[in-house]
Design a binder for this molecule. Structure first.
Ligand code: AMP
Length: 368
């Protein structure tokens, strides 16, 4: 029998839950820290209830563990530093965590690596905003540097009459103003780096959003060429190495006429990688667990063609979903609430056409 390993996870939402479920067959026990006593990850391991900056709770969840990781990039960097000070390994490291929390730092990292981003300016005053749109032109997007997610913390500025409302809504935070990128589609690249620096990259994913929230992911992205995959792998490898990142990363990309443009990254497993549970040789969750514990990485090759559909607000009827060919139902055990991710469904197929047909069957089933 292999010696059991203990992994501590900061955050206990659905990402923690899926990490914990992937860890079980590897002989890895997860322990979670979450402020909610009903956190969904509790089915996959013991839960310490406490805030993610509570030092007693942090020390308790990490006690005796072989590695500490997190499932939410909002974990305070100071909590990571605190655990490192106690002698724990925290992966992905504090640099990955802190950089991902600040859009300006993220863009500077991309630029330092020669990775294209939207044109952007820092905005810390109304004068900065006027100067930014004078240089970038209309339309532009004003975003908070910190704390934005799922399209929150940002305002589109189409004309000069949008400047006052945008400033009134966001002006009390540090901001960035971005030029609007003209893209064909949104993609994401999921990649993983081990403790030994080995990396593996899943096939690019095409994502569509509704109201700023991920709705459908197709993987591999339709029409994916070797050249596009190569560009994504080069870009992801550069980011992983620069951050000395250990674990999974997701980089959100725009596919443009001039190549890939990086928008932002998440230093963790990501919603656009959920298809990997059934659709890849090794899921993002399993490879994250392997990476942070210093175990060899598994193959990231796709098994055929997958589509992942998020359940937002409430779950579709389980029996209706399961009646669809090759549909895999994931219930996060979260109370329904508007705009909340409460589950997802993945369909898998041998060809892109079969995947699209199965996705259509699923979408008809969940619409009725
Ligand atoms: P974000 O919070 O940065 O992921 O932005 C949410 C969504 O807004 C993205 O998924 C895009 O659809 C859109 N978006 C954000 N920034 C830009 C940009 N600079 N140009 C065009 N669309 C953008």
């Amino acid at each position: 029998m292999a010696a059991p390993l203990q992994l501590s996870v900061l955050g206990g939402g659905q990402l923690g839950r899926m990490l914990g479920l992937a860890a079980i067959p590897l002989g890895v026990s997860c322990r979670f820290l979450d402020p909610s006593p009903t956190a969904g990850a509790a089915v996959a391991g013991p839960l310490v209830v406490g805030s993610l900056d509570d030092r007693d709770a942090l020390a308790e969840v990490a006690r005796g563990s072989d590695a500490v990781t997190y499932e939410w990039e909002g974990v305070p960097a100071a909590s990571g530093e605190f655990l490192i000070g106690l002698g724990h390994r925290v992966d992905p490291g504090v640099r990955s965590l802190a950089t991902s929390q600040d859009r300006a730092d993220e863009k500077e990292l991309f630029e330092s690596l020669g990775i294209a981003t939207a044109p952007w300016r820092r905005v810390d005053s109304r004068t900065d905003l006027d100067a930014a749109v004078a240089e970038l032109g209309f339309p532009a997007i004003l975003k908070t540097r910190r704390g934005g997610y799922d399209g929150k913390g940002q305002m589109r500025i189409a004309t000069s009459s949008d400047l006052d409302p945008a400033w009134a809504a966001l002006g009390d935070a540090s901001l960035v103003c971005e030029g609007v990128v003209s893209f064909r589609r949104e993609l994401s690249v999921l990649a993983v780096r081990g403790r030994d620096g080995a990396t593996a990259v899943w096939p690019l994913v095409e994502n569509t959003h509704h109201d700023g929230i991920l709705h459908v992911s197709l993987a591999p992205a339709p029409g994916l060429t070797d050249a596009l995959q190569h560009d994504a792998e080069t870009l992801a490898g550069a980011v992983l190495d620069a951050l000395e990142h250990v674990g999974v990363i997701c980089i959100e990309l725009f596919d443009t006429d001039h190549g890939l443009v990086a928008n932002e990254f998440a230093p963790r497993v990501h919603n656009s990688g959920h298809w990997t549970i059934e659709g890849a040789d090794t899921s993002q969750f399993e490879n994250h667990v392997r990476a942070v514990l210093g175990l060899p990485l598994g193959s990231t090759a796709a098994r055929g063609h997958s589509a992942m559909v998020n359940a937002i607000g409430s779950l579709p009827d389980r029996a209706a979903v399961l009646a669809c060919p090759s549909a895999h139902f994931h219930d996060y055990d979260k109370p329904p609430r508007a705009g909340r991710k409460v589950g997802h469904v993945t369909v898998t197929a041998n060809t892109p056409d079969e995947r699209d047909a199965r996705l259509a069957v699923l979408q008809r089933a969940v619409a009725t």
